[in-house]
Design a binder for this molecule. Structure first.
Ligand SMILES: [Zn+2]
Length: 92
């Protein structure tokens, strides 16, 4: 076994944690929270099923890059849950 790169160590740590890189809760053992995960295109989602020794780190990097650079309209639907009810155009 060679020595693990810093990236690998961080990724493994993240996998075992409960916080997604976006700050939301995720399940232990998963790379991202559901929200981030479903932002990814299918090939990237599949790539994240790889084992660490089998390209997972590369898949992770690609997924993060995708989320950071593409970030397809994260502010749609369920972001509204954070708003107060009745927070509409009442100010005219
Ligand atoms: Zn997330």
């Amino acid at each position: 076994m060679g020595s693990l790169s810093e990236d690998t160590v961080r990724i493994v740590h993240e996998l075992g944690g409960l916080q997604c890189r976006c700050g939301r809760l995720k399940e232990k053992g998963l790379t991202f929270c559901r929200r981030c995960y479903f932002l990814l295109p299918r090939p990237l989602q599949k790539a994240l099923c790889k084992l660490l020794a089998d390209g997972y780190v590369e898949a992770y990097a690609a997924a993060v890059k995708y989320i950071d650079e593409e970030r397809p309209t994260m502010e749609c639907d369920d972001e509204r849950d954070d708003r107060q009810p009745g927070d509409e155009d009442t100010r005219g």
